[in-house]
Design a protein around this ligand. Structure first.
Ligand code: FAD
Length: 510
């Protein structure tokens, strides 16, 4: 065997650099389902099932195209349980002259494969991941000499460089960013009719995976009864087409809005297909740009959507690869509370959080504002140790791969990176959630977001004020939060003490 081409669960793209020069006569593909990748964090059933189902479909497609695939299934008797150990078994059996792979999405995996190859004495060629618009080197060049790495400047440079939503050298519509049009809350009457998302009934391969996951990972969080994610490229393309037609026009306006029992709203639900590389970001961005040019979607929707992919998605990957491995350990606020156990069960009296956690466990999905301003916000205000928050976010979502999950959790959501990513912590009281859901999430809740202390006080509101008190000096030194901290001056010493006591009792009870 000449080359053994290593393909990981989030590299399901036959156009990936690892396949360049692939010769079906001399080369073969290696893929392995290993328990360690589902247990290093306590992965949810939907997440495990999605990866395994998509991997099996991809391997079948490669074989149908005439490639030799050496594939270890999870329940193979000889399965050694980790990527490194499985690779060792394959190399000893197949004796390739070289290993070839595209750069993985996870620093830990990169290190373990490099170490395994070195121990086996077989050369390993790691090729750049062309899936992304920007390489880590491009990002490092952009970052050089900047103290803060704001997404907005990176995004503008990407728009120009890749000629996306440009009119000559000017941004389409005369504005780089229509963020101000992307923050509407739902009216009291609710979101109106929301189209059903693209869903795919599990085929025989996926049903087998579902049975395997239910049996092998029975104690893991989440459920599989509603599993309907795209697991092949052709399904992912159908999901993309449905989004462009049915959701993109409304996406911009309602990007930040919340409503109970409405998990999908006008979001794309394409993150998992993108992160597994079933979709290429260029085709997704191009489709949105075309929808706008053809008058099928307003500019603020197309721009708001493209900003997430060409901007945020590329930017967080740059942060990850330029900051790892130290980034994963950061805890700028020095917080140490354990993650409340009910994050894994969804059993809490806070209606908004219960709603977001329930759909997370049911589908492996929550939209951005639920992740940032409901679940992440709670953990931030509570003072949960950021590494525990990170492990939870990496475990539960179907789109969770460390390069994208870690900066979003540690940097954007938990303010653990000392302002590298976000110029201020995303903090708010329960009133924010009330406003963004047109009052609906709080109407069904036993807590009152207007109250700071007492039996009816919303824990978000108590913990928000406690957060201001705990981090007063730091927030007062930041021009973007100084106004929020000034409100503390209105509190008497007695009120401060009551807020702090109630916040402590929330933490003690968790
Ligand atoms: P839409 O809202 O429709 O957005 C369209 C696409 O833009 C997404 O499919 C995604 O590819 C991209 N995108 C949007 N926001 C971001 C962002 N902040 N960073 C990177 N890409 C973005 N996204 C993941 O893909 N995997 C994760 O593990 C993940 N963890 C997160 C953890 C926290 C604490 C937070 C606040 C956000 C996280 N995100 C993560 C980003 C974002 O919430 C999800 O990408 C989005 O909710 C996926 O749903 P969607 O496809 O319907 O996205």
């Amino acid at each position: 065997l000449r080359h053994l081409v290593l393909v990981l669960g989030d590299q399901l793209d036959p156009q990936a650099s690892a396949f360049d020069g692939f010769d079906p006569v001399q080369d073969a593909v290696w893929m392995a389902e290993v328990a360690q990748e589902s247990t290093h964090v306590w992965s949810s059933k939907p997440r495990i099932a999605l990866f395994l189902a998509a991997m099996r479909h991809f391997a079948a497609d490669l074989r149908a195209a005439g490639l030799t695939v050496h594939y270890t299934e999870l329940d193979d008797a000889a399965n050694a349980g980790s990527l490194a150990a499985e690779l060792q078994r394959a190399v000893q059996r197949l004796r390739p002259t070289q290993l070839v792979m595209t750069q993985p999405g996870d620093w830990r995996v990169m290190q373990s494969i490099k170490a395994a190859a070195a121990a086996l004495g077989v050369p390993l060629e790691v090729r750049e991941d062309r899936h992304f618009y920007a390489s880590p080197t491009d990002f490092a060049a952009h970052a050089r000499g900047r103290k803060q790495l704001r997404m907005e400047f990176f995004y503008r440079a990407m728009r120009q460089r890749h000629d996306v939503l440009m009119e000559g050298d000017q941004p389409a519509g005369g504005q780089w960013n229509f963020d101000a049009d992307n923050r509407e809350a739902f009216p009291k009457s609710g979101p109106g009719h929301v189209p059903s998302p693209a869903q795919f009934a599990p085929d025989a391969i996926t049903r087998e995976v579902i049975a395997l996951v239910n049996q092998r990972f029975a104690s893991h969080p989440g459920m599989l009864a509603d599993f309907a994610w795209p697991v092949t490229r052709s399904q992912a393309l159908q999901a993309l087409e449905r989004f462009m037609r049915e959701r993109l026009p409304q996406f911009g306006q309602w990007q930040d809005a919340l409503w109970p029992n409405e998990p999908w709203l006008w979001h794309a639900h394409l993150s998992a297909a993108l992160n597994l590389k079933l979709l290429n970001p260029r085709e997704v961005v191009e489709a949105a740009q075309t929808a706008w040019r053809q008058g099928q979607a307003p500019l603020h929707s197309a721009e708001g959507f493209i900003r997430q992919i060409l901007g945020w998605r590329e930017y967080v990957r740059g942060i990850y690869w330029t900051q790892m491995p130290g980034y994963a350990e950061r805890n700028a606020l020095g917080v140490q509370a354990p993650l409340p156990a009910w994050f894994w069960s969804g059993q809490t009296d806070m209606a908004c959080l219960r709603d977001a956690l329930a759909q997370t466990l049911r589908y492996g999905y929550a939209h951005h504002i639920q992740r940032l301003m409901v679940i992440g916000l709670y953990a931030l205000l509570h003072g949960v140790q950021p590494q525990q928050v990170h492990q939870w976010f990496l475990a539960v979502y179907v789109d969770a791969v460390e390069w994208v999950e870690l900066p979003n959790t540690l940097g954007m959501s938990q303010a653990a990176d000392d302002g590298l990513m976000a110029s201020k912590p995303y903090i708010a009281s329960g009133k924010y959630i009330q406003r963004m859901s047109g009052g609906s999430l709080c109407a069904a809740c036993r807590f009152d977001p207007a109250q700071r202390v007492g039996a009816k006080a919303c824990p978000y509101t108590t913990l928000y004020w406690d957060f201001l008190l705990r981090h007063e000096a730091r927030l007062a030194a930041n021009p973007r939060t100084v106004m929020q901290v000034r409100n503390l001056a209105r509190l008497s010493a007695d009120e401060r003490a009551r807020i702090q006591a109630q916040a402590q009792s929330i933490r003690d009870a968790a």
